[in-house]
Design a protein around this ligand. Structure first.
Ligand code: ZN
Ligand code: ZN
Length: 938
């Protein structure tokens, strides 16, 4: 068997279908993993890396005295499977195979994954022939060529990847541990440090400091407005920026009509066609049409896997001679770009444009297969179209602009204006993404005299450098050699995920800044790109077989040891520094009660705002639990309370803006305070002004203090407290009702539980007991559907009855049996005779009697007479001895209150018939039969 192993499942499926040609491909699931078989070949996909490197056992305890963070630098690393299912399957299939082809992606990462696979295969069959297929697009032609001419695994390339993996692990783990321990951070709050991540963060911090240090300088711009043939235009003074106001004012005052044309010159400008896409170029272009770097790469990878575009991780901007450009045009002819392809064919430039970077692994990103808008969907289509249009652009002629520059004189002051028009659209015909506006000027003649309609002097300011956008940052990272085409967008994603940066353009958070600034002081090696650039150069040397993996890793270890020499001698200082700066991110502003600071607290999943002077000052504001989002401070400040705003951020959800926490606190308590009958708006304002905001605070207050605070007499204060207690009780019951409704009425689009609850409260339904007594119509009126309303009512009634029965003293175990037999309401125990309850539930007669007694007592009813087990058994025998009485009749008689000969004889046949469903005549017949022998013996 020929076993082919690809990097992902989707690639396995596509490659199988291409290689099978017209043969049937059988899809099987083996241990939860798909395999694709045709003829003698089986194709299986990995899930990227299926093994990972980690430290050998013994290094998991962060606080170990023996294995301090520094010891991780020299710790041995091991490989452990991360996806056991796939590893097992690969090894199982290997046993049946006689040759293996590795068809992972064609780059360093792919080669490393290939090497991992190679090791898995060789571990089972040491002499297995293993080939490597390399391709840049999953298209029939590329795949057939790659498998037709298989090569060997490139062990040097894989070793470079491995070295990077080990170095990243050692740097990341030892430094993250060291810094986190120093700053006393653990769990979700650890401070991560990384080889590429930290220098990248340092660049963002640097830019922020530049912006802060920037002092804007004023300058003045002078221009005149004029008209020619009824069309207005303006011209700027040839001194484009006056730095002195006096000079600008003097020039303005000298400016006078007429505006005389002194020169008019026409020129040509060549606007070069774009160069082929490498990863960075693609991310930048995708960023301009609204895609984040990570999203653009995710979609591009998907397009690659499906054979629509070539491999999107590439540093190459020059089409290799082997790339079949005509073939690609031919493919695109079948798409909606047919007219564009026709235009390119008719106007094609002599040779395609080329960028500055050529590498041998992958060609630049280009279209590989045809697609339709419908099959791709909006997002994928937009990026596919971008790649197609870029490709067409690189084959198109340059665009040409006609430019015009006109000079004027107005009272001795020189003015100028420029215009440009597109003479030949060239590549812009097929690549409409970059905007270049045309600005047409009339054909001015030298010596022409025009009016001066207005002279304008505007004051402006120089601007600070802009913050980095994600795509700009990726460009700069590439220039500095930080990260690789495959990792740059992931590094930025991590910085955002770890709350080191936020927004786009990117801005550092307080923590991000604290970590970088502290590292800069004590170990700037970690924040400078130099070290990481050096390591990348070493990778290249490994690839070219000039150095070994171990040599490079060892050198990196030595570098890290030097950094630790510095770090360890300043550990306490670094910790204090970071802690001091980061506590600030938790402070919100003045406590309304005592004036010291309010601070955000996070304790596991709960979070709240408290006063730093606790326990002297007990002021606090509760916040929703962290499942609703982690509370952070924002830059906005409440003008009334001078408190920083608070925002809850949760992964994958829109942030929840709490705003000023005190305003939020007051507003969210206003309604509940209003539930107290004696509360007036004036009283509420008085209480708020004295920092009493919530009902529980009123309830807990000392009556005399409350009287003073609220400005009321003692009796009113007492009444307020009682009312507050009542409101708290109501809130508890409402909260219970809310949870109950939430559990029974599933959330649905366009139906908010808040709305339902409001409607219920408005109808006086505040508790589950109220709900149980409500009519189905009333429940439906809150916006709940008929079926759901019925189910909700059923559940409410069930719960209420359960509570009543439990409160009366019926044990939960017995209740379970009663419910199973259909007795769920207290009334059922009065309506049905005890023997019937016993028969249907299997509960002993004594116990049933005790329950019935308890229930009767609670309902104020007389308890029925007790029937013992012996009486029941004897009675049963008596009844069964009557001809025509069997088990089913006994059950009916029980339900009619008849359980022995005596009760049968004394019963009123009509009432027994009504309760049992037996015909009156039949009962009378039974009575006659028991009566007869009695009379005989008596
Ligand atoms: Zn306080
Ligand atoms: Zn406020």
């Amino acid at each position: 068997m020929h076993l082919i192993i690809t990097e992902k499942n989707i690639a396995a499926e596509r490659i199988a279908r291409i290689l099978a040609d017209k043969a049937y491909v059988e899809t099987r699931k083996d241990g939860g993993v798909n395999t694709y078989t045709f003829g003698d070949t089986t194709v299986v996909g990995l899930r990227g890396h299926v093994v990972e490197i980690d430290f050998e056992p013994g290094y998991t305890n962060w606080r170990s005295e023996q294995h301090r963070p520094r010891s991780l630098i020299d710790a041995r690393t091991i490989k452990t499977p991360t996806d056991k299912k796939i590893v097992n399957l690969i090894q199982k299939l290997t046993k049946r195979a006689d040759r293996v082809t590795i068809a992972t992606d064609f780059d360093t990462e792919g080669e490393l994954i290939g090497k991992e696979t190679y090791d898995l295969v060789r571990a089972v069959r040491p002499s297995m022939p293993i080939a490597r297929a390399r391709f840049s697009a999953i298209t029939p032609q590329e795949i057939r060529t790659a498998f037709g001419e298989p090569a060997e695994l490139d062990f040097a390339l894989a070793a470079a990847g491995e070295a990077r993996q080990v170095i990243d692990l050692i740097w990341g783990a030892s430094l993250t541990r060291f810094i986190s321990l120093a700053a006393r951070r653990g769990g979700k709050n650890i401070l991560s440090v990384g080889r590429v991540q930290s220098p990248t963060l340092a660049m963002i911090v640097d830019r922020e400091r530049e912006i802060e240090a920037f002092v804007p300088e004023p300058y003045w711009v002078l221009s005149v407005d004029s008209t020619r043939d009824g069309v207005g235009f303006s011209a700027r003074h040839t001194t484009s920026r006056f730095t002195e106001r006096e000079a600008a004012v003097a020039a303005r005052d000298r400016t006078s009509a007429p505006l005389i044309v002194t020169d008019s010159r026409e020129g040509q400008k060549i606007d070069r066609a774009p160069t082929p896409f490498d990863t960075t170029g693609f991310i930048v272009a995708a960023g301009r049409i609204g895609f984040s770097a990570a999203n653009a790469m995710r979609i591009a990878e998907d397009l690659y896997m499906h054979g629509f575009i070539s491999y999107p991780r590439t540093d190459n901007t020059i089409y290799p001679p082997s790339l079949d450009l005509d073939g690609i045009l031919k493919t695109l002819e079948k798409t909606e770009f047919r007219d564009d392809v026709g235009w390119v064919r008719a106007n094609r430039r002599a040779s395609p444009t080329r960028g500055k970077k050529s590498s041998t692994d992958h060609p630049p990103i280009h279209p590989a297969g045809m697609a339709t808008r419908a099959e791709l969907g909006e997002e994928r289509w937009r990026l596919y179209e971008l790649v197609v249009r870029r490709f067409l652009g690189t084959l198109s002629p340059d665009a040409r602009w006609t430019t015009r520059k006109v000079l004027f004189d107005a009272g001795g002051e020189p003015y100028t204006t420029t215009g440009s028009t597109l003479a030949e659209a060239g590549w812009r015909t097929v690549y409409p993404y970059s905007d270049a506006a045309e600005h047409e000027l009339p054909p001015f003649a030298v010596g022409e005299r025009l009016p001066v309609d207005d002279v304008r002097l505007e004051e402006k300011e120089t601007q600070p450098p802009p913050r980095y956008t994600q795509s700009r940052l990726i460009q700069v990272m590439e220039e500095l050699g930080l990260g690789t085409k495959s990792t740059r967008h992931e590094v930025i994603g991590k910085l955002v995920g770890r709350k080191y940066v936020e927004g786009n353009p990117l801005r550092p958070t307080l923590v991000g800044r604290a970590v970088i600034e502290s590292l800069e002081v004590h170990a700037d090696l970690i924040t400078k790109p130099d070290m990481t650039t050096a390591i990348d150069a070493h990778m290249q040397e490994i690839k070219e077989r000039q150095r070994s993996r171990d040599e490079v890793v060892d050198e990196s270890r030595a570098m890290l040891h030097r950094a630790f020499d510095e770090l360890e001698s300043h550990g306490d200082e670094i910790g204090r520094d970071i802690m001091g700066r980061t506590v600030e991110e938790m402070l919100l502003g003045p406590c309304p009660v005592c004036g010291s600071d309010l601070r955000l607290h996070h304790i596991r999943s709960s979070q709240f705002i408290g006063c730093v002077d606790y326990p002297e000052c007990r002021f606090n504001i509760g916040l929703p639990v962290t499942t609703w989002g982690f509370a952070v401070r924002t830059d906005d400040v409440c003008p009334e309370h001078h408190l920083a705003h608070v925002r809850l951020i949760a992964k994958g959800a829109r942030p929840w803006e709490i705003g000023c926490p005190l305003c939020h606190h007051i507003n969210s308590n206003r309604e509940t305070m209003g539930l107290m009958p004696s509360m007036t708006p004036e009283l509420l304002d008085r209480l708020n002004a004295r920092h009493v905001y919530a009902v529980n605070e009123v309830a807990a207050a000392d009556p005399s203090v409350l009287a003073e605070t609220a400005g009321v007499d003692a009796a009113t204060a007492e009444r307020l407290k009682v009312e507050a207690e009542e409101v708290l009780g109501l809130l508890r019951r409402r909260s219970e009702l809310r949870k109950f409704v939430r559990a029974h009425v599933p959330p649905r689009r366009g139906r908010s539980h808040a709305k339902i609850m409001k409607a219920l409260y408005a109808r006086g339904v505040d508790t589950i007991e109220h709900l149980a007594e409500a009519t189905p119509e009333a429940v439906q009126a809150t916006g709940i559907g008929e079926k759901e309303a019925a189910a909700l009512l059923d559940a409410a009634r069930g719960l209420c009855n359960d509570r009543r029965l439990r409160a009366m003293g019926v044990s939960p175990i017995s209740l379970k049996k009663y419910y199973a037999a259909g007795f769920s309401r207290p009334e059922d125990f009065i309506r049905h005779p005890a023997p019937y309850l016993t028969l249907k539930t299997g509960i002993s007669p004594d116990t049933v009697h005790r329950h019935v007694e308890l229930i009767c007592e609670a309902l104020g009813r007389p308890a029925p007479k007790r029937t013992t087990r012996v009486q029941l058994e004897r009675g049963r025998a008596e009844l069964l001895s009557i001809p025509g009485v069997g088990e089913s009749t006994i059950e009916k008689l029980y339900s009619g209150g008849v359980f022995d000969a005596r009760s049968l004889a004394q019963a009123d046949p009509h009432s027994v018939a009504e309760n049992s469903g037996l015909p009156v005549r039949k009962i009378q017949d039974f009575q006659a039969r028991v009566a007869a022998p009695r009379e005989a013996t008596g």
